[in-house]
Design a protein around this ligand. Sequence first.
Ligand code: TYM
Length: 342
Amino acid sequence: MPGHYFSLKIMDIEKKIVLTGMQPTGILHLGNFLGAANNWKKMLDAYTCYFFIPNQHAITVPQIPANLRHGTLNCVAQYIACGLDPEKCTIFIQSQIIGHTELAWILGCLTPLGQLYRMHQFKDKSSKNENIYSGLLYYPVLMAADILLYNADFVPTGEDQKQHVELARDLAEKFNGTYSETFTVPSPMIEKTGARIMSLKAPEHKMSKSDPDGNGTIYITDEPKIIQKKIASALTDSTNKIANDPERPGMVNLLNIYCAATGIATADAEEKFKIYQGYAPFKKEVADALIALLEPVQKKYKSIKDDKEYLQSVAQKGAETVQPIAQGTLSKVYRKIGFLGN
Ligand code: TYM
């Protein structure tokens, strides 16, 4: 979706609602950051923002309880480190709110099974794994509930979540059509650059925490030396020209990373680098841009990551803000479908 959303001038009109989240399964990687978190802070003034930690999603694959517990609070720290000022937005933990799984059940009763089997992410994950649980199939319905519970207008994510947001749209329209106008129909909000950051070692696959080659993924806490090393060893080709050529996925990925990190348009970056001979000086600039971008994030993260009391207080305040909203939506939905009130 175009960047003009970010420059919306809000005067007396009610702010639109933005909702999104990241799974608390470790340190965010560059894809999470450039495709999502780094854009979120630009929305704080123009929108009413809800950033949540989808820990109920995380258990669709096996988790070690202690890691999930630690990772959830640590995710709060990472959100804040990425610029999400808790004074300007609401940060909350999914499992602390009553309503997400309740609404998911109701929406699931409106979701054709075939639509879930067609989800790219389900097909991809289930093809790699022998033990598939029904939670993995049902996951997009829970995601739709996350979005519709708060009547979000926009859902900022990377490209890989677009199909899931489209399901949320379908379900909002279906519910509204069946039971009368209830939900806002949400729109995906996807930035052009950064929406699909690929592995540095296998650029035909998206960057992910599960990349078998550790050098394929940069984490937001990676030290400058590590970033330099990973970028220097990123897969390119023998052409030695810096160009946005779709036939050269490694090259395109590095250029995309550079543009997303600096805000420079692709054509301008191509122009800037066209006189460069070989990849080494270009890669150095990519690494330098990332190091500069991540430096304040790392500093903030280090200063708050162990302050459990503070992080818990942020989540607690978030829960107090959103629980009444979730309850309000759920009561309305229950009434419309014919459940008795309590
Ligand atoms: P998750 O945790 O997989 O990813 C978090 C965000 O990072 C983006 N992302 C990427 N962007 C660019 N390049 C990549 N390689 C890359 N990898 C990940 C994702 O698009 C996402 O924006 N289902 C969601 C979490 C969720 C959610 C929601 C999001 C649950 N409920 C409701 C929005 C609204 C997920 O697993 O994201």
